[in-house]
Design a protein around this ligand. Structure first.
Ligand code: FEO
Length: 408
């Protein structure tokens, strides 16, 4: 747990977390930093929950005392978003201080009832409201629904010009004790962006149209610091806002001049063709991501697909359907709405095909809008003719990706 004075009367509590599946399903190989904030005016408020304690009320009490905060002095909990990674501490807090008011959105109030049975001492706030904590800390609120849940709001402190955005502008990736993006070198920020993209594509991506609306609203707020619930804070607010704006645009495509090759193989027949495809792709001037399923996780594959305009799928037919780990990952990509990609598929079959049929079904059922080049399917091992066709289709795909990005 690290506590840092970030502005007058304003403190960030942050903790690095590793070896968890985020939301119980997303692997986060580089961990995540969780943040909460304390604003001390004449009254004290906690924003986005207290992270990093063991869940026991007594140790939460000790932690607050360590921070020189009398738990009984905390009169306001600002719940920007009810997902339990930010609100799960409230039940324990009630055991050490049961005299507080919660500020949250109308939808947040409903969710607090559903998750914790909390129905009293809740003040609903929205775009037109403000709240004075004293000593210049006048708060206003911005409704930014669906970034990430429908309850989400941002909280802006007019005194310090800090904007607390909870999930919006967050990232995976441990910060290792650093708290501002400005503390990272250019190279480190580039690596960190991979984790921001992982976070965006895995957690927020479905709601990209709502992210666009939120960004329009947030650009009007004169924030000098963006303080999210996950990851680094940004003094250069424009950089992270612009990045999120781009990520939201990637949903409909075209995205970047990149191709993601996702492949799986049972006995090496499809793999033989993949090896040939990789040789072809090595000679092309295009950024390539390669993932094998089921070895690589959904989240990792999705992160690459999110920024890619082109996708190559290589998998065999399995019992009249697609190789199962491929259909599982494509279902998730479809649900996150990575739309309108340019796609080429090849793969092996034994006694009958079927993968193509299921692929077409997923594309139609999830309204993915993926445009397919003619596939290459082969019985058993790929022949020379199959490999030549794969080569020409890959070259065509690269051409189409480049044109799409150029013309967007
Ligand atoms: Fe970080 Fe949607 O909770």
């Amino acid at each position: 747990m690290k506590i840092t004075d970030i502005a007058e009367g304003t403190y960030q509590l942050s903790i690095d977390v590793e070896n968890i599946l985020f939301e119980g399903l997303w692997d986060i190989p580089k961990g995540v930093t969780l943040n909460s904030y304390i604003i001390k005016g004449e009254k004290t408020a906690i924003v986005d929950g207290v992270c990093g304690w063991d869940g026991v009320p007594e140790s939460l009490f000790s932690l607050l005392k360590e921070l020189d905060i009398e738990p009984a002095s905390i009169k306001y909990l600002i719940v920007n978003h009810v997902e339990p990674d930010h609100s799960g501490w409230i039940e324990a807090f009630k055991k050490i201080n049961n005299d507080f008011q919660i500020l949250c959105s109308k939808k947040g109030k409903e969710l607090l009832g559903a998750f914790y049975g909390l129905t009293e001492n809740i003040t609903v706030v929205g775009d037109k409201d403000s709240f004075d904590l004293g000593k210049g800390h006048v708060l206003s609120f911005a409704e930014i629904p669906n970034v990430h849940w429908p309850d989400t709001i941002g909280t802006f402190d007019h005194g310090t010009e800090v904007l607390f955005t909870c999930d919006a502008f967050g990232s995976f990736g441990k910060c290792d004790g650093r708290i501002y993006a400005e503390e990272f070198s250019k190279e480190e920020l580039k690596e960190y962006e991979e984790e921001t993209l992982r976070y965006y594509s895995n957690i927020v991506a479905t709601f990209s149209p709502q992210v666009k609306s939120a960004i329009r609203k947030i650009r009007e707020i004169p924030a000098k610091l963006i303080a999210p619930g996950h990851g680094l804070m940004w003094k250069d607010t424009k950089t992270i806002i612009d990045a999120y704006d781009d990520y939201a645009d990637y949903q409909k495509g075209p995205a970047r001049e990149e191709i993601t090759l996702i492949w799986g193989s049972m006995y090496g027949m499809t793999e033989t063709a993949v090896k040939h495809a990789l040789k072809v792709l090595e000679k092309e001037d295009i950024t390539l991501h390669v993932h094998r399923v089921p070895e690589d996780s959904w989240g990792t594959v999705l992160t690459s697909v999110w920024t890619s305009t082109g996708v190559i799928l290589a998998m065999p037919t399995y019992e009249f359907k697609m190789f199962p780990p491929m259909s599982a990952v494509l279902e998730e990509i479809g649900k996150k709405k990575a739309l309108n990609r340019k796609v080429f598929r090849f793969g092996s079959y034994g006694w009958s095909g079927g993968a193509e049929r299921e692929l077409a079904d997923i594309n139609t059922r999830l309204n993915m809008g993926w445009e397919f080049l003619e596939p290459v399917e082969f019985a058993g091992v790929p022949g020379e003719e199959n490999l030549q066709k794969i080569e020409s289709q890959i070259k065509e795909l690269v051409k189409q990706v480049k044109e799409a990005v150029k013309n967007k």
